[in-house]
Design a protein around this ligand. Structure first.
Ligand code: GDP
Ligand code: MG
Ligand code: K
Length: 301
C-alpha cells in the first residue's frame, strides 16, 4: 500500500503546559498550511485532535489537553485524569515552559505527576528569543535537577528557532505506523467518515463472526476527477492479524471484491456520482491499543 510505505512512522503527541507558554503558536508554526485543523469538529470525547502534520515519511498527530487551562485548584483532578488517560496513551509528551518565567509551582506540580508516567517527556523551553543564552543554560540546569526528561529542547515558536530539530527528535520516538490521515486532507470532511463507515459495515457484515470488531477503515484518498465525472476513493481495511487479512481478501480476492462492490453502490448513492473504489488490506498489529484515540477521529469498534 503506497500510503504506508516501509519505515513510515506515525505518532500521537500531547502538548502540556500552562496558559500562554506558546502551545498554540507552536502548533500553528509546525503545521502551518499543512494543517488539518480539527478544532471546529464537534467532539464529545475527551481527546481532541488539534492538528496533523504529514511529512514524506511521518505523521504527527497532536492531541489537545484542554483541562490544563483550568484554574489551579482543578489541576489536581485534571492531571489525574490526564495521567490516567492521555499521558499513557500518547507516544510523546511535550511539556512546554516559558523560558522567561522559569520554574513555578505549576511546573513543580506537573513534574510530580510525571514521575509515574512512562511515556517519553520532552521539556520544550519556549520563547528563547527573549532570554540571554547564559540565562537559558541556567534554566536548563534547574529543570535537569527536577526531572529526567527524555530530551530538553529550547525553541522559539514565534521565530521558528530549533522547531525543526524538535520535530526530528519527536520522530525518533514515535513508532512505525500508517498514515492515519490522508496527506492531502486539509479539512475534516464528514463525507470521508461516512464513506469509511460504509466500507466497514460491508466488511463486517460479509465476514460475519470471523472478524469480531477488530477492523477499521481509513480513507487514503478521495478525489473527484472532473474529466470523467467519477470520484476516486482509495481506502484501506485495517485488521490486526495476518489470518484476518486472509479472510477479508478471500479466495482469489473474492471477499474483498464483494465488499468493494456493495460499498461502491452505497457510496455512489451518497455522493451522487460514479465511484471508482480501490480497496487495500493492511495488518496493523495491536492497533486496538490505540482505540481510544482512534475513536476520536472516526474509527469505530
Ligand atoms: P498558549 O496559551 O500556550 O496556547 O500560548 P499562545 O500560543 O497563545 O501564546 C501566548 C503568547 O506568547 C502570544 O502572545 C504569543 O505570540 C507569545 N509567544 C508564543 N511563542 C513565543 C515565542 O517563541 N517567543 C515570544 N517572544 N513570544 C511567543
Ligand atoms: Mg492556546
Ligand atoms: K517518567
Amino acid at each position: 500500500n503506497q500510503t504506508t510505505p516501509n519505515g513510515h512512522k506515525s505518532g500521537f503527541i500531547s502538548i502540556i503546559g500552562r496558559p500562554n507558554v506558546g502551545k498554540s503558536t507552536f502548533l500553528n508554526r509546525v503545521i502551518g498550511q499543512k494543517i488539518a485543523i480539527m478544532s471546529d469538529k464537534p467532539q464529545t470525547t475527551r481527546n481532541k485532535v488539534q492538528g496533523v502534520l504529514t511529512t514524506n515519511d511521518a505523521q504527527f498527530i497532536f492531541i489537545d489537553t484542554p483541562g490544563i487551562h483550568k484554574p489551579k485548584h482543578k489541576l489536581g483532578d485534571f492531571m489525574m485524569k490526564v495521567a490516567q488517560n492521555t499521558l499513557k496513551e500518547v507516544d510523546v509528551i511535550l511539556f512546554m515552559v516559558n523560558a522567561k518565567e522559569g520554574f513555578g509551582r505549576g511546573e513543580e506540580f506537573i513534574l510530580e505527576k510525571f514521575q509515574s508516567v512512562r511515556t517519553p517527556i520532552f521539556l520544550v523551553i519556549n520563547k528563547i528569543d527573549q532570554v540571554h543564552p547564559d540565562e537559558l543554560l541556567k534554566i536548563i540546569e534547574s529543570y535537569k535537577e527536577k526531572y529526567e526528561f527524555s530530551e530538553i529542547i529550547p525553541i522559539s515558536a514565534l521565530e521558528g528557532n530549533n522547531v525543526e530539530t524538535l520535530l526530528g527528535q519527536i520522530k525518533e520516538y514515535i513508532p512505525e505506523g500508517p498514515q492515519f490521515y490522508p496527506a492531502d486532507q486539509v479539512t475534516d470532511h464528514p463525507e470521508r467518515f461516512i464513506v469509511s463507515e460504509l466500507i466497514r459495515e460491508k466488511a463486517l457484515h460479509l465476514t460475519r463472526e470471523e472478524i469480531p470488531h477488530s477492523l477499521a477503515v481509513t480513507i487514503d484518498k478521495m478525489e473527484r476527477r472532473e474529466d470523467k465525472d467519477v470520484v476516486h476513493v482509495m481506502a484501506t481495511v485495517i485488521v490486526e492479524r495476518d489470518s484476518q487479512k486472509g479472510i477479508v481478501i478471500g479466495k482469489q480476492g473474492k471477499m474483498l471484491k464483494e465488499i468493494g462492490k456493495r460499498a461502491r453502490v452505497d457510496i455512489e448513492n451518497l455522493l451522487g456520482s460514479k465511484v471508482f473504489l480501490e480497496l487495500w488490506v493492511k495488518v496493523q498489529k495491536d492497533w486496538r491499543n490505540k482505540m481510544s484515540q482512534l475513536r476520536d477521529f472516526g474509527f469505530r469498534e
